[in-house]
Ligand binder design. Sequence first.
Ligand code: NAP
Length: 300
Amino acid sequence: MIVAVTGPTGELGRAFLRALQRDGAITRVLGMARRPFDRGDLTKLEYRQGDVLDPEAVDALARDADVLVHLAFIIMGGREETRHVNLTGSRNVFKAARKHVERLVYTSSVAAYGFHSDNPQPLTEDVAPRGSERFYYSHQKAELERALGEEFPGAYVLRPCIVAGPDAPMLLRQLPPKPLLIPDPGTRFQLVHHDDVATALVAATKGEGEPGAYNLAGDGTISLTDLARATGRFAYPIPRLLLEPAALGANLPLVPTLAQWVNALRTPVIMDTGKARKQLGWRPRYDSRATLDELVRAIP
Ligand SMILES: NC(=O)c1ccc[n+]([C@@H]2O[C@H](COP(=O)([O-])OP(=O)(O)OC[C@H]3O[C@@H](n4cnc5c(N)ncnc54)[C@H](OP(=O)(O)O)[C@@H]3O)[C@@H](O)[C@H]2O)c1
């Protein structure tokens, strides 16, 4: 099986490449992102530099593959830049997939559901991914799932919660420097380890279970206070209603996107992962707390 991967150099991509290298059913891996990348001991990988905004580059990547896995995305960035890469780039990928491959795997996100107080808890895949208008990452993820339904019905759509682990430090990098305080509205949230997302990506790549949406999260939950303590910071409780970006304080060096995430945490978004366990045979090795511990151990 030949697998093409967009965005293999990212937090999830690197874990996925290692998992593909270990899997005997995968013969070749074709990877494409913009930066140079040294494949090291990933002997199955043929890496090329390319941009998902270039339809010809995407077409050439998909042409030789059986399965296309689309990970390329801008998570932390401005509204316009992210919109261009995420929507136009992803549409290029979906179109090339329809032309060339038998299976498409796309990583959406828990954020696709949006942060709505009338959503059930925990969320199952039956809940419509409505997104949240004022949180543009969430809005784009929901919009893209709709586009995917038109361009490639029958794709695998994985919806991880926040990903963390030794190779996924984005969560830590977004925290304010010590000893600043983190406001905690008390809402609990899930984490998933990058290696556990990688095993789900491999299962989808190989066509386990039925195509469709799959929630991915480690067992259990953590709070922002747990995150603060584990990283040598302090948290203070704040009523959920007060939690607007402005309330975080003008002097906190938070990028707008993190302020949006924290603000979004006013509404809990806990996912049920029973479908992935049943259909993909997914058995995550790390729960949410162990994922946090792995992250902090690797990046003190
Ligand atoms: N990390 C999380 O917490 C999380 C949670 C849920 C879902 N997800 C989803 O999982 C997917 C992968 O996320 P990640 O954490 O691996 O993100 P990441 O670490 O930011 O990596 C993004 C990847 O996309 C590539 N990329 C960005 N723009 C590109 C372009 N124009 N053309 C080609 N490649 C491009 C990047 O490489 P270059 O910069 O070199 O091009 C990189 O390989 C995304 O769809 C994300 O939304 C992530």
